[in-house]
Design a protein around this ligand. Structure first.
Ligand SMILES: NC(=O)c1ccc[n+]([C@@H]2O[C@H](COP(=O)([O-])OP(=O)(O)OC[C@H]3O[C@@H](n4cnc5c(N)ncnc54)[C@H](O)[C@@H]3O)[C@@H](O)[C@H]2O)c1
Length: 434
C-alpha cells in the first residue's frame, strides 16, 4: 500500500455542461435519465460497470470502480448546454433519431426542460450549419465573458457544487496552431482583437478553465492541444483531456492492431471506409471539417505498431480512411475495413470487418465516464492534461514529451493503475508476484 491521495468527497450536485446538444449529448442525457428511472445498468460505461482488481490475485478483492473511487452518483448529475440549432434536448433527441419514441416518452418532460443556451458560433468553422440560436456578442473576449456568465448562472440556478464541461459540438474546420495560440497572453490579446484563428471551441475551453471547470474535448478540434489552453489549465489548476471520442471504427482498430502486433503479424495496408447519415456526417462532408477528423483517425496505427522498431512488419503500410455522408443511414453507421496482413514466409492474408454500429450509442457512455472521472481528477487536485484518460480518445494527448499511447489495453492498464495509486493501492503489473 502507498499513501492515498486526499480526495475531496463527491458531495452535492455535479453539473455537466455540453457545448453541442446534438445526437451524442441527447443520447447521453436520455440514457442517464433512463437508468435513473428504471435502475437498469448503464451499459458500456466503464466507471459504472467495470470491476477493478486490488492487491494480489489470491486476495480476491475486485470491487466495481464506482465503489472503489469516490465518484458522483447518477442521481447527482444536472445537465445543461449550448446549441445554435437545438432548442432543447427533447428536440435534439427527436431530430437525431437515435432512441425510439417509446424510450423517450417516459422522460420527455425532463428532456424538454433542458433548454439550450445561445451558442458562441461562427459559420466559418462549421459551414454546413446555419446557426440561429447564437449569442449577440461579436467580440471574442465578450463572447468568453458571456459564456462565463452562463456558467455561473447555471451553477447558481441548479445549486451545483461542481461543474465539468464536455465538448459534444460539431467538428470544426481544420486548422494548425498559430501565433495567437502560443501563450495565455497572446490568446487573451487575440480574443480582444477578434483574431480570426480563434475558433468557438477555444472560447468555450477558455471560459471553462477561467471558471475552474474541467474541460474534455470529444471532437478532433485542436482545442485542448493548444499551448495556451494547456498553460491555462496548469495555471488555473484545472484538468483537461482530449481528443475525439474513441468509438466505432477506431475503437475496433485499437482492439485489432495490438493483437496482430502481439503475434508479430505484419500489416501491408489498412483501408477503412464508412457511411453515415447523421448531422455529424453532414458536417464532416465538408472537406475542411473532414480533414480535422482524418488527422485524428490516421495517427492511431503508428504508435501502436511502432514501425521504427519493426520496419519489416509495419514500415510500409498504406492506411486510408474515408467517410461518406449517406443520409438514409442516419446514426446507424456502417464501416468496412480491409486489412492486408502477412505472416510466416511473407505469405499474404486478409481480414474483413463489417461494423454495423450506432455512433451515439457508443459515444454516450464515454461522455458519462469522462464527466465523472474529470470531476474526480479535479477533486484529487489534478491539473493539466489527464493522460490516464487516453483510453477514451482517438487522438489522445500526452502530458509529457513522449508520444501518446494508442493501444487500448495499455491505456486501460494506465487508467486502472492511476485509480489504484490515488487510492493508495499497489499498481497491478501482472508479474509473477502480483
Ligand atoms: N458519435 C460518435 O461516435 C463520435 C465519436 C467521436 C467524436 N464525435 C464527435 O462528437 C461531436 C458530436 O457528435 P454528434 O453526433 O452529436 O453530432 P451532432 O451534429 O448531432 O451534434 C453536434 C451539435 O453541435 C452543435 N454545434 C455546432 N457548433 C456549435 C457551437 N459553436 N456551440 C455549440 N453547439 C454547436 C450543432 O448545432 C449540433 O446540434 C462531433 O464533433 C463528432 O465528430 C462523435
Amino acid at each position: 500500500m502507498t499513501s492515498p491521495r486526499a480526495i475531496e468527497p463527491a458531495q452535492g450536485k455535479l453539473g455537466v455542461l455540453m457545448p453541442g446538444l446534438g445526437a451524442v449529448a441527447s443520447t447521453f442525457i436520455a440514457g442517464v435519465l433512463h437508468a435513473r428511472k428504471t435502475g437498469d445498468a448503464p451499459l458500456g460505461s466503464v466507471s459504472q460497470m467495470a470491476h477493478i482488481r486490488l492487491g494480489r490475485r489470491e486476495d480476491n478483492r475486485n470491487p466495481r470502480i464506482k465503489e472503489f473511487v469516490p465518484l458522483a452518483g447518477l442521481d447527482d448529475l444536472v445537465f445543461g448546454g449550448w446549441d445554435p440549432l437545438s432548442p432543447n434536448v427533447l428536440e435534439a433527441a427527436t431530430t437525431a433519431g437515435v432512441m425510439k419514441d417509446a424510450d423517450l416518452a417516459a422522460i420527455s418532460g425532463e428532456l424538454e426542460g433542458i433548454v439550450a443556451m445561445d451558442a458562441v458560433f461562427e459559420q466559418k468553422w462549421v459551414s454546413r450549419i446555419d446557426g440561429v440560436r447564437v449569442k449577440s456578442e461579436t467580440n471574442k473576449w465578450e463572447q468568453a465573458e458571456a459564456l462565463m456568465t452562463d456558467i455561473e448562472t447555471f451553477r447558481v440556478e441548479n445549486e451545483c457544487d461542481r461543474l465539468v464541461m464536455v465538448w459534444c459540438a460539431s467538428t470544426e474546420a481544420f486548422q494548425e496552431a498559430s501565433d495567437v495560440h502560443r501563450s495565455i497572453d497572446s490568446f487573451e490579446a487575440g480574443l480582444k482583437e477578434n483574431d480570426t484563428n480563434i475558433s468557438p471551441s477555444q472560447i468555450y475551453a477558455y471560459a471553462a478553465l477561467m471558471s475552474g471547470v474541467p474541460f474534455a474535448n470529444g471532437a478532433p478540434n485542436l482545442t485542448t492541444d493548444l499551448p495556451c489552453i494547456v498553460e491555462l489549465s496548469e495555471r488555473e489548476g484545472v484538468p483537461i483531456c482530449g481528443k475525439d471520442f474513441k468509438t466505432g471504427q477506431t475503437l475496433i482498430k485499437t482492439l485489432i492492431a495490438p493483437g496482430l502486433k502481439s503475434r508479430m503479424l505484419g500489416i501491408r495496408g489498412w483501408y477503412s471506409t464508412n457511411i453515415l447519415g447523421n448531422r455529424d456526417g453532414e458536417v464532416l462532408d465538408a472537406p475542411e471539417n473532414f480533414q480535422t477528423k482524418e488527422n485524428s483517425k490516421l495517427g492511431v496505427l503508428d504508435t501502436i505498431l511502432q514501425p521504427e522498431v519493426y520496419p519489416s512488419l509495419y514500415g510500409n503500410i498504406d492506411h486510408k480512411v474515408r467517410i461518406d455522408y449517406y443520409p438514409p443511414r442516419g446514426d446507424e453507421k456502417e464501416g468496412w475495413d480491409n486489412i492486408d496482413i502477412f505472416g510466416w514466409l511473407g505469405y499474404p492474408m486478409q481480414i474483413k470487418i463489417n461494423l454495423l454500429a450506432r455512433d451515439s450509442i457508443l459515444a454516450a457512455p464515454i461522455v458519462l465516464d469522462l464527466a465523472l472521472f474529470m470531476d474526480l481528477a479535479s477533486r484529487a487536485g489534478e491539473s493539466g492534461v489527464q493522460e490516464w484518460l487516453s483510453f477514451y480518445f482517438k487522438a489522445p494527448q500526452a502530458s509529457g514529451p513522449a508520444k501518446p499511447e494508442h493501444d487500448i489495453f495499455i491505456q486501460q492498464t494506465k487508467m486502472k493503475n492511476t485509480l489504484r495509486e490515488w487510492m493508495g493501492e499497489i499498481p497491478v503489473t501482472h508479474s509473477e508476484a502480483g
